[in-house]
Design a protein around this ligand. Structure first.
Ligand code: HEM
Length: 274
């Protein structure tokens, strides 16, 4: 059996080593670049968004919600993604990480785009065997605010196997694999287009503001995350297509206030989305 102090030291070590591996995006030549969140009002429509950008090789993400949104009731969310043409798929996480929250994954499909609703069921950043049948699962939320949420539980057999096979401490994928399709969120496409440099998709989601274990705050700060891949998906016309792992991920935290749109304006804007 481990003593408490041994376990605590181990946790600290794991936390430190993990922070070096996959936090916010840190490709060497981009380190000094700052992400920006601001209010962006479309010059051609009546919609103002909360806009996130992080340089020219990462998509611009724009979010808008009706101003009637309240934290305890579900509300629709509008997401516009303007992606460099070189990217094969782009993912947006409504809860600030890959696992246990709704993921919006989009990719170009001819001149249009496919929107795919996904969810990653497991979050096993570290698995420590305490006894043959029990594992301490540490859920690590990455920066900006890393938090460790320990829980003692029996693991799903396939994860247990993978943890044992490769290392008792860190399964190779941390439970993160191709996200499953997620039927509790549905999407309607407002528009999709492409030009010589970018592809753009705008979609309205019903079911991205509240989920099992979490949800968006209508008034407070929310954590969001994104992922991008240069590799095209295997079946662009199929929202259930498989795709390969991202080349880059990042996170940001912001309140929705810059993206609050009068409800009537929001509803009129998404009315004809299909
Ligand atoms: C085939 C699909 C995918 C695979 C195999 C995959 C795998 C992984 C792995 C292994 C990590 C941990 C990285 C590390 O330990 O260094 C990770 C992190 C991450 N992934 Fe994915 N991923 C996939 C799709 C996605 C999608 C669609 C999103 C959508 C937003 C996403 C968002 C993230 C984010 C934000 C992180 C960093 C934060 C976290 O670990 O939760 N991933 N992914």
């Amino acid at each position: 059996m481990y003593s408490i102090s041994n376990v605590v030291s181990l946790l600290l070590l794991l936390l430190l080593s993990s922070n070096q591996s996959h936090a916010s995006p840190t490709p060497g030549h981009l380190e000094t670049r700052q992400s920006t969140t601001k209010k962006y009002c479309s010059p051609t429509t009546s919609i103002c968004y909360l806009e996130y950008s992080w340089g020219t090789s990462i998509p611009v993400f724009r979010i808008a919600v009706p101003d009637s949104a309240s934290t305890n009731a579900p509300f629709d969310t509008l997401l516009q993604i303007v992606s460099p043409i070189s990217l094969g798929w782009v993912g947006f996480s409504w809860g600030g990480g890959m696992t246990l929250n709704p993921l919006t994954v989009v990719w170009p499909n001819g001149n249009g785009a496919t929107v795919s609703s996904r969810w990653s069921p497991y979050d096993l950043s570290f698995v420590i065997a305490l006894a043959p049948a029990e594992y301490l699962t540490l859920i690590l939320n990455e920066p900006p605010f890393p938090t460790l949420i320990p829980s003692l539980q029996p693991l799903p057999p396939q994860i247990k196997q993978s943890a044992n096979k490769h290392s008792p401490l860190r399964p190779p994928t941390s439970g993160r694999t191709l996200p499953s399709t997620y039927s509790s969120a549905s999407y309607r496409t407002v528009s999709a287009s492409r030009n010589a440099t970018h592809w753009t998709v705008e979609t309205v989601c019903t079911g991205c503001s509240k989920w099992s274990g979490g949800g968006l705050s209508a008034t407070g700060v929310n954590s969001f995350a994104w992922a991008v891949s240069k590799t095209p998906v295997s079946q662009p016309g199929n929202s259930g297509s498989s795709f390969s792992i991202h080349n880059n991920v990042g996170m940001f935290s912001e309140s929705l206030s810059a993206g609050k749109v009068p409800k009537a304006t929001f509803d009129a804007y998404v009315k004809n989305a299909r």
